[in-house]
Design a protein around this ligand. Structure first.
Ligand code: ZN
Length: 611
């Protein structure tokens, strides 16, 4: 369903498109190809240069309207003759930024825009040498999802618009840094000129365009995959993610050939301030160093980002209101890949139960009729980042799991492959998914349609009564030990043989929040949690430590909050610290020190918690 409203303006009609998070008139004018030509200035922390847009004009009267946020536009040139173009900015919107409107002549199918970014561009993080592992050279990386591409290029910043791109990035040669994008990438630094060229031959949306410039090295893992990272981490990461090739094969069994789509699957290990677990930039997945536990226990993040190569990058949600089409399907797919890698359901089922627990936790904390618990959300006039959470990921997963449960895995996977093939390199809404399900599977079978319960899953708040119930034998073992510990408070009494990170996360998250300090001291003495390297365990452990005033752990909590920057891990600790006036005061002091190291996205989340 698409809804277009014309608003009259003094000179031209502005089309409000079905994506509420873009000013761009992408249905009237398509971008066929984008060329980016930028110079990286680490001293001023700006990118400057130009973009060239090749256009397909469906409406030859419409001006070109692009999204921007804090960009400085220098000049606009039109067509092959590079005629000087007329342009204007619209009113600034806190969430969306500013529309850039460029008048076009009927014959113009090319626009060149010279511009520079602002030092506070929301999609770029400029790290000083001290914020890197090497400590000697600066580091720049972009995060364009959801609507931050517009802070480093004027563009149709909507997942509904797709185009191929090429780029020329020039880096001061004396810094001897490597530049990487979500494209065909170099493996070595260009020490002579510092100029790098890139090509992405597949049409992708703006949020999947990435740029990283840093002192990076490459290590091959297999014929079509490898790892980039600072030299201090690249070898450790190569060991941690050695099974990437196996994951690609497992994913291909489920969804079809990978290299036909994206050529390579390389990983880039990010600096600790990277705010997320991973980011699925095509050909170059970003990975948080927080998943390097040095025991390969957190590699499911790679399965997740790899799954996005199909669910998200190949077939993309057309608006952020339907983020579950990217994230819910990816979760479903991630668990299947892990099941295939392990050769059994043990870890995958633990992950499925943890996913369900996160969903229940979220639903218990909000109004049962909260419209934001619908899979198809309405985030008009609100920040699309609000779609990042348990609904898109975990309720989204459960929806796809329910389709599998009703149809059977074989039939559902057959449908999934047909969905991915039919909508390859397209951006879709839930209506398209449902229409495809109707045509390929339901085919007028009313009884089947009622069992699928699509309307309630997609458009109603909360959770349908008939939802998949996932059992995990491993978690039942955890429950037994948990009851024992809650009764005795004695760490010596529990049997944790064979436990991995997932068991511990489930155990720590299920402990009563105010179990008391002596119980925690006992656990710490036996299992050494405070000294552990595994951030997934540290996060729930530090929440318990704070809630029970286990003050001896505070120096470690402080180091954790200063070093880590992944929102999912540090946010619960900051939230726990707000529960007493003293700890809140302490948290504010820690945050004041940590803030300059955090990514802008992390800064705004934590500022809101501590305000
Ligand atoms: Zn994801």
């Amino acid at each position: 369903m698409s809804r277009e409203i014309s608003l009259s303006d003094s000179s031209c009609a502005i089309i409000l498109t079905p994506d509420p998070h873009t000013f761009s008139n992408y249905t009237a004018i398509e971008i066929k190809h984008l060329h980016i030509d930028l110079a990286v200035d680490f001293d001023r922390q700006v990118l400057s240069g130009k973009v060239e847009l090749n256009l397909r004009r469906k409406d030859t009267h419409a001006p070109l309207i692009l999204d921007t946020r804090s960009l400085k536009i220098e000049d606009v040139y039109l067509g092959a003759d590079r005629a000087e173009g007329q342009w204007s900015f619209g009113e600034e919107d806190v969430i969306l930024g500013k529309a850039l409107t460029i008048k076009l002549r009927p014959e113009d199918d090319k626009v060149e825009i010279a511009y520079s970014t602002h030092a506070n561009a929301s999609g770029l993080q400029w790290l000083t040498p001290l914020q890197t592992l090497g400590g000697k050279k600066p580091y720049l990386f972009s995060v364009s999802e959801a609507i931050h591409a517009r802070s480093w290029m004027p563009i149709q910043d909507t997942p509904a618009s797709r185009f191929t791109y090429s780029a020329r990035i020039s880096v001061p040669p004396q810094l001897q840094l490597l530049a990487l994008m979500s494209a065909k990438n170099p493996k070595k630094r260009n020490l002579k000129t510092g100029v790098y060229r890139f090509k992405m031959n597949r049409p992708i949306p703006a949020y999947l365009i990435s740029l990283t410039v840093a002192d990076l090295r490459f290590r091959p893992l297999g014929p079509t995959n490898g790892i980039y990272g600072e030299k201090e981490i690249v070898d450790i990461a190569s060991w941690e993610f050695a099974d990437t090739e196996k994951m690609i094969s497992a994913a291909e069994q489920i969804a079809g050939p990978y290299t036909d789509l994206w050529d390579r699957f390389d990983l880039l290990i990010m600096p600790p301030s990277f705010p997320y677990g991973g980011m699925e930039n095509p050909t170059l997945t970003y990975v948080s160093p927080s998943v390097i536990a040095q025991d390969r226990s957190l590699v499911s993040i790679i399965a997740h980002e790899l799954a996005h190569s199909w669910s998200g990058n190949l077939v993309t949600n057309a608006t952020w209101n339907q983020f579950f089409l990217n994230e819910g399907l990816t979760r479903y797919f991630e668990f299947l890949i892990m099941e295939s890698i392990d050769g059994n359901r043990r870890n995958a089922d633990m992950n499925r139960v943890l996913s369900y627990q996160r969903l229940k936790e979220h639903l218990n904390a909000v109004d049962p009729l909260d419209p934001d618990t619908r899979l198809v959300m309405d985030l008009s006039n609100r920040d699309p980042e609000l779609s990042v959470g348990a609904i898109a990921y975990e309720k989204g997963y459960l929806f796809f799991q329910s389709l599998e449960d009703v149809l059977g895995r074989k039939a559902f996977l057959e449908f999934l492959r047909s969905y991915l093939k039919t909508f390859s390199f397209q951006s879709v809404t839930a209506d398209k998914l449902i229409a495809h399900l109707q045509a390929k599977v339901i085919q007028g079978d009313k009884e089947l349609e009622s069992r699928l319960n699509l309307d309630e899953w997609l458009y109603k708040p909360g959770l349908p009564k008939a939802h998949p119930v996932i059992r995990s034998e491993e978690f039942e073992k955890v429950s037994t030990q948990l009851s024992r510990f809650i009764k005795s408070h004695d760490a010596e009494e529990i049997d944790t043989q064979g436990w991995n990170t997932l068991h511990w996360v489930a155990f720590l998250k299920s402990l009563p929040l105010h179990i008391g300090k002596p119980a925690l001291v006992g656990l710490d003495k036996k299992f050494g949690f405070t000294q552990i390297k595994n951030a997934e365990i540290l996060s729930p452990w530090f929440v318990l430590a704070v809630e029970n005033s286990y003050s001896e752990t505070y120096p470690s909590i402080k180091s954790f909050l200063l070093e880590a920057g992944r929102i999912k891990l540090i946010k619960p600790v900051y939230v726990a610290l707000t529960h007493t006036p003293e700890s809140l005061q302490w948290a504010r002091e820690v945050f004041a020190n940590a803030k300059p190291r955090y990514h802008p996205a992390t800064q705004s989340v934590i500022s809101a918690i501590l305000k």
